[in-house]
Design a protein around this ligand. Structure first.
Ligand code: MN
Length: 276
């Protein structure tokens, strides 16, 4: 199998953005992001595996950076960590729906991975209709307008030409390039350069375009509920690190409150170990 072409469209593609209509029987939706799964961190993998095996959500939305890095779906041709992750997803997909959005680390996840994991790739951003409300879903990096260097890099690596060229390199070379990029990013992190947060005016603009009241996103690793202005808010997901003190493995759960979904919803933050 040759390296699969990713299906992602430009995340900032002009609206109208795709709208996902929840089936009427969905009562409970889980949102996670920024797990940064990697073979060298088995504890976080185990926490995630246990969560995927036990959650009673009707659907799990993974809003980007499930993996620390993804260099092409052809990694699935060799048994290893990535194949194990796909198997966890595939098993869970027998009980619930799984949706996955690209993050800035794993934007090369493609259709072969989606098929192996039994999941649906989501455009960034997407609108979700649930419990009589519209929710805007995004990884969040495209809204960090203050980080101009990153946005430039992002525009480059999200272009079809760059991806085609990258995926045509031998796997070992792609892994080496990814490692080099990671090292550069670590150096940048250690330099103490401040991290950009989401740009508020643009966030409001996106919410208006989506006709949504709430944005749910990851990427910044700063789990908070921001009330931006009357009726507009953004809910930030936590990253996962089972080895941190205290361990971070949080699930955001949206529940339809009444039998009639139009009556509203509740939002809870749960520890992944308790998210049954
Ligand atoms: Mn990210």
């Amino acid at each position: 199998m040759s390296a699969a072409r990713p299906r992602n469209t430009a995340p900032t593609a002009a609206p109208p953005w795709p709208v996902l209509q929840s089936p009427a029987h969905w009562r409970r939706l889980d949102f996670i992001s920024d797990l940064h799964l990697q073979a060298s961190e088995p504890a976080t993998f185990s926490a995630w595996q246990h969560y995927m095996q036990t959650t009673r959500a009707d659907a799990v939305f993974i809003l980007g950076d499930l993996f620390e890095v993804w260099v092409g779906d052809d990694v699935l041709e060799t048994p290893g960590f990535e194949v194990g992750c796909a198997q966890v997803l595939k098993a869970a997909s027998q009980r619930l729906a799984i949706f996955l959005m690209h993050g800035n680390r794993d934007f090369l996840l493609g259709s072969a991975f989606a098929q192996a994991g039994g999941l649906t790739l989501l455009n960034d951003p997407s609108v979700l209709n649930f419990a009589g409300q519209r929710w805007l879903l995004s990884h969040g990096d495209a809204l960090c307008l203050g980080d101009t260097d990153y946005l430039q890099f992002r525009a480059q690596v999200r272009s079809a030409a760059w991806q085609e060229n990258f995926l045509s390199q031998p796997l070992a070379q792609r892994q080496q390039m990814a490692q080099d990029m990671r090292r550069q990013s670590e150096t940048h992190k250690r330099s103490g350069a401040p991290y950009a947060d989401l740009d508020e005016p643009m966030t409001c603009h996106w919410l208006a375009l989506a006709q949504a009241g709430t944005l749910i996103h990851g990427h910044t690793h700063k789990p908070t509920d921001h009330h931006i202005t009357a009726g507009l808010r953004r809910i930030v997901l936590s990253d996962w690190d089972a080895c941190a003190t205290p361990a971070r493995a949080e699930v955001l759960r949206l529940s339809a409150i009444a039998a009639n979904q139009a009556k509203g919803s509740s939002v809870q933050r749960l520890s992944a170990t308790l998210a049954k």
